[in-house]
Design a protein around this ligand. Structure first.
Ligand code: C2E
Ligand code: MG
Ligand code: MG
Ligand code: MG
Length: 288
């Protein structure tokens, strides 16, 4: 019995555990300075109307160019930021960068929206709506051009507070999207009662619809219900033409995924928008 206790105790204090802790603390310290030394940057992934194949919005996704580790993906530092409270300045940075850039794109005549990810931690931030209002005013962007993405699981973690925050930001005219829909257990009618504008169907369902008949049925009926509830629908994780085509047949669905465009720099997105404008016969008559 004592030998077992000893083993457990030892395994709890294993060298890897310490290394991980030290590494995490180091990364946290690094993230703190990253905010001040401009190591964070935003890339944008197109959201494309599957019927017209035009870019209607872009999602802002954060990247961290670490001085020695190279580029770190958000999944590897957002959880750390959430646990430490650094998520608040990180979100502020992304929101500000995305709105500044959106103002430039709109100035150039591209009437797109931008989507920014919120962490569940923002759902208990009473100052959020005010902060967003000020950012919109600072960049002179209409509120309806901003979409805030909240994950389904984030909303389910505290529905009362989520409801309050959603009401507050929708009150200033900003739209709300449910991200990664299907990974939690919320029914669509329930989410609709929270007054959301857009549903993003998680890529774990979307990417298999070509091969998995079950997933195809789930995605199809989810989209049909969402559209019937008057929600905008974005299908995430479209990786091939067959998937894009299958979803296009439903009509009125927006797609996002590597096949339609990977997350890209401002210059690459600007080029894409210019190309689309030149190739679209209807855009010329629009007087822009
Ligand atoms: P998300 O909001 O669901 O964003 C979509 C993620 O899927 C992005 O990963 C994107 O690069 C990836 N993706 C897009 N198309 C495809 C595809 O066809 N196949 C596959 N396999 N993946 C695809 P990324 O940029 O690494 O971001 C991961 C997650 O990190 C995001 O998931 C979001 O939850 C979070 N995140 C990113 N930026 C921010 C941010 O500024 N703030 C917060 N709070 N979270 C962020
Ligand atoms: Mg998202
Ligand atoms: Mg998502
Ligand atoms: Mg995701």
């Amino acid at each position: 019995y004592h030998a077992k206790l000893e083993r457990d105790r030892i395994s709890t204090y294993s060298p890897e555990y310490d290394v991980n802790t030290v590494e995490r603390l180091q990364l946290l310290a690094d993230l703190r300075s990253a905010l001040d030394s401009q190591q964070l940057r935003v890339v944008y992934q197109p959201q494309v109307d599957l019927n017209s194949r035009r870019t209607v919005a872009v999602e802002a996704l954060v990247r961290w160019d670490h001085p020695t580790r190279g580029t770190i993906a958000p999944d590897d530092f957002i959880p750390l930021a959430e646990n430490s409270g650094l998520i608040f300045p990180v979100t502020h940075f992304v929101l500000d960068a995305a709105l500044a850039q959106l103002a430039r794109w709109r100035e150039a005549g591209h009437q797109i929206r931008v989507a920014v990810n919120l962490s569940a931690r923002h759902l208990s931030d009473v100052g959020l709506a005010q902060q967003i209002y000020e950012a919109l005013a600072r960049h002179q962007v209409p509120p309806s051009a901003l979409v805030l993405e909240i994950t389904e699981t984030g909303i389910l973690s505290d529905t009362v507070r989520a409801d309050m925050v959603i009401r507050a930001v929708r009150g200033i005219g900003v739209e709300i999207a449910i991200d990664d829909y299907g990974t939690g257990n919320a029914s669509l009618s329930y989410l609709k009662r929270l007054q959301i504008d857009e549903l993003k169907v998680d890529r774990s369902f979307v990417s298999n619809i070509g091969s998995d008949h079950h997933d195809l049925i789930i995605v199809r009926s989810t989209i049909a219900l969402a559209l019937a509830l008057d929600l905008r629908v974005v299908a995430e994780g479209i990786e091939d033409d067959a998937t894009a085509e299958a979803l296009a047949q439903l009509g009125g669905v927006i797609g996002q995924g590597y096949y339609l465009g990977s997350p890209a720099s401002v210059d690459e997105i600007s080029e894409r928008l210019e190309l689309e404008r030149r190739s679209a016969p209807t855009a010329r008559g629009a007087g822009r």
